[in-house]
Ligand binder design. Structure first.
Ligand SMILES: NC(=O)c1ccc[n+]([C@@H]2O[C@H](COP(=O)([O-])OP(=O)(O)OC[C@H]3O[C@@H](n4cnc5c(N)ncnc54)[C@H](OP(=O)(O)O)[C@@H]3O)[C@@H](O)[C@H]2O)c1
Length: 317
């Protein structure tokens, strides 16, 4: 079936799982590449009916293996991304070199479309290594394959995220919650299902816009997000503005953890608003405005962080 075979990198993550469901429900076949089939295979395989998903274990820098996968598809989707660096997984390798390799392979194999997930606000955050590597990756892609669409989402949330769920866990455990930059940084959170609808429409309707900013319907400051989460889990906590020098010290300490709570680079990134810039088209401009409202969606899965756990569940539609 020409034009219905997607090669997906990073498909076991939050966005990938939702995307695999959407694509396979709509008769797309997917080849999903993962680093560890034993850990991730079941997560990927359970997102679609048998026959629609092929899971392949590969190191993303194993060019011979990756090249051979390009013979079996005509659309490539890159969802691989990291928030902090580790040994060989540097921002440059993951966000710049890898997308560049994919774009070149798309060109060589006459692919119909390359969809790449970048991030919102990376033009402004010039002092963040994360932002710079994402921006360099975009440039490499646009230089190497013209049939590319780059999506820049604001923060993405859902029951499978590392954002609302981690914050609700921390808010449950800590009596005092730190606010960096007074909690004034603005976001336009987008629900994973809205983002996946955008990606699906871009693929199925062959929309080749070079950069699209993907944002939700509301602008919320970090403090407002935390207050909404506290309201949803029915907890009261002290929200404490942290002076920047102390924030830097805590980030220095937290980034020593195997899975850092906060790094110095993330702290720098948090200084910049994560909202549409007005310089690029948004999902609304191309006809796919996001519909999900933050509080209404999180209400559907926040009950596990409330007193009473699953017994505090309300019927929310
Ligand atoms: N979630 C957000 O709020 C958000 C916001 C803006 C932009 N984005 C971008 O959107 C994309 C997808 O986001 P997501 O939240 O779905 O990502 P995710 O869940 O954090 O990770 C996606 C997948 O990337 C693969 N991966 C992670 N580290 C890797 C490494 N060192 N080497 C090779 N593969 C690695 C993993 O797949 P395997 O373990 O199966 O190999 C993982 O499941 C990313 O590029 C991210 O930067 C996300």
């Amino acid at each position: 079936m020409k034009g219905k075979n997607c090669l997906i990198f990073g498909g076991s993550g939050q966005i990938g799982r939702h995307l695999i469901r959407k694509l396979t429900q709509n008769d797309y076949r997917v080849i999903v590449v993962t680093r560890n089939i034993h850990q991730r295979g079941h997560i990927i395989k359970t997102q679609g009916n048998a026959g629609y998903i092929d899971v392949v274990e590969a190191n993303i820098f194993d060019e011979v293996k990756i090249k051979s996968l390009f013979e079996r598809a005509d659309i490539c989707i890159n969802l691989v991304g990291i928030l902090y660096e580790k040994k060989r997984s540097s921002f440059k390798n993951i966000h710049t070199l890898f997308p560049s390799v994919l774009a070149k392979l798309c060109k060589k194999n006459n692919f119909k479309h390359f969809i790449h997930l970048s991030a919102l606000g990376i033009n402004d955050a010039t002092d963040s290594h994360y932002a710079k590597s994402k921006l360099d990756g975009e440039k490499e892609i646009l230089r190497n394959f013209s049939l590319s669409t780059i999506l820049r989402p604001s923060v993405v949330y859902s029951v499978d995220d590392n954002f609302t769920t981690n914050f609700m866990t921390l808010l449950n455990r800590l009596p005092v919650f730190p606010l960096y930059y007074n909690g004034q940084t603005n976001f336009m959170p987008i629900h994973s299902s809205d983002l996946v609808d955008i990606i699906f429409n871009i693929i199925s309707k062959n929309i080749y816009s070079q950069i699209i900013e993907c944002v939700g319907p509301e602008t919320l400051s970090f403090k407002e997000i935390i207050e909404k989460l506290l309201h949803l889990i029915e907890k009261r906590r002290i929200l404490l503005p942290i002076p920047l020098f102390f924030g830097k010290l805590t980030a220095k300490f937290f980034q020593l953890f195997p899975k850092p709570l906060l790094t110095e680079d993330q702290l720098r990134l948090l200084k910049y608003d994560n909202i549409s810039s007005g310089k690029y088209k948004t999902n609304a401009d191309i006809g796919f405005p996001a519909k999900c409202l933050f509080e209404k969606e999180v209400e559907k899965y926040c009950y596990m962080w409330k007193q009473g756990g699953e017994y505090s569940k309300k019927n929310v539609s």
